[in-house]
Design a protein around this ligand. Structure first.
Ligand code: PLP
Length: 370
């Protein structure tokens, strides 16, 4: 198999950033962030986009915008990073962790149903590794229980399922542009929505409620500064313009690596659902070897970055600040994280890097006895 195409040309990234720098300092200026928001809404097909300075801030703003506050409960998959749950807690609400189905990686809706109470206000589906659950099941569940849907699509730019673009399945979609994401700007994030009031509230929240939604007073609510700096907005906009090429790059890198690992002992690729257009964020393999997590950790030590081995991803409900709860642990999420090798890629990883990963994984797998 021939190698992936070269990374999309980076020479278009500079001009916008230089233009933004030339306009600085100007505390009132947001021309690049405004233009980026216009580009995002067009690219994702939503009415509104609100640029912020991280994916965490996007979730914080969106959850505030849908009205989450003290006393509320929010359903959050245990199969996620701490950044999904942290904004829920910062708003005074309680994350209630829901299990995932190891066969599909989608939410376990029987578990979710058992955890709905009179205080449940929202659900935050997380498209971890760019994989998206079934949007029809999500919509039916949310409608039945009258819940807002705030998607954590931090890793899912470019994914869609059954024709529904990740981040547009519910009330609001939240994205990260931290380096390593397919659409990156160093740090950054954004919220997309079709709801004018929600978008206006998210916009107000990112700037200390200084620009309030219609009918509201300035600084009526305590909020945060989460504005995206102009040079980063210009960089993000340049990357948005080459998003199709960045997606193709990730797809071909992932396909190349999985092809190279086709005969590797104890490893089999985890495939997307038949109605899913997956962004290939992280090549995913199921590990059928003794002590699979230790195997992923070993790979990280020998230079193959991956979710569990490098970033120590564990089910969110077992993190120390949440584990004291009386609920039984989410076993499906634990099983998924125990057995999944999610290789971390960036668009700079060329054929030589992918060949090195494939050789290291294959060799380690052939020798691994736990
Ligand atoms: C699934 C998920 N949610 C939320 C976040 C938070 O994004 P950020 O790091 O930009 O705050 C990330 C990124 O690390 C993520 O991967």
């Amino acid at each position: 198999m021939s190698g992936p195409p070269p990374p999309p040309a980076a020479d278009q990234l500079g001009p916008g950033v230089l233009a933004a720098l030339a306009d600085m300092p100007d505390p009132a200026r947001s021309a690049h962030a405004d233009a980026f928001e216009g580009g995002l809404a067009g690219a994702l097909g939503t009415r509104y986009a609100v640029a912020v300075n991280s994916g965490t801030a996007a979730l914080h703003a969106a959850l505030f915008a849908v009205g989450i506050g003290p006393g509320d409960e929010v359903l959050v998959p245990a199969l996620t990073v701490i950044m999904t749950a942290a904004p829920v807690v910062q708003l005074g609400a309680t994350p209630v962790f829901v299990d995932s189905d190891p066969a599909t990686l989608d939410l376990d809706y029987a578990d979710a149903t058992s955890k709905v109470t009179a205080r449940t206000r929202a659900i935050v589906p997380v498209h971890l590794w760019g994989r998206m659950g079934d949007p029809a099941t999500l919509a039916a569940f949310a409608s039945l229980h009258h819940l807002a849907v705030v998607e954590d699509a931090a890793q899912a730019a470019g994914t869609s399922r059954a024709g529904v673009v990740a981040g547009t399945a519910g009330s609001a979609g939240c994205f990260s542009m931290k380096d390593g994401k397919i659409l990156w700007s160093g740090e950054g994030g954004f919220v997309v929505s079709n709801d004018a009031h929600l978008a206006a509230r998210a916009r107000a929240f990112r700037g200390h409620w200084l620009t309030p939604p219609p009918g509201d007073r300035a600084q009526q609510h305590l909020a945060v500064n989460a504005r995206l700096a102009e040079p980063l907005a210009a960089l993000a906009h340049a990357n948005l313009r080459r998003l199709p090429a960045l997606l193709e790059r990730r797809r071909s890198q992932s396909t190349y690596l999985l092809h190279a690992l086709a005969g590797a002992r104890g490893l089999s690729p985890i495939r997307p659902a038949t109605d899913e257009t997956w962004n290939h964020y992280s090549p995913l393999l199921s590990i059928a070897l003794p002590r699979p997590r230790a195997f992923a950790e070993h790979l990280a030590r020998i230079g193959v970055p991956n979710s569990t081995g490098t970033f120590h991803l564990i089910p969110c409900d077992t993190r120390p600040m949440f584990a004291a709860g009386a609920r039984p642990p989410c076993r499906g999420a634990a099983q998924i994280l125990e057995r999944t090798l999610a290789v971390v890629l960036t668009d700079r990883d060329d054929e030589a890097v992918l060949d090195r990963y494939a050789a290291a994984i294959t060799h380690a797998g052939s020798e691994w006895n736990g």
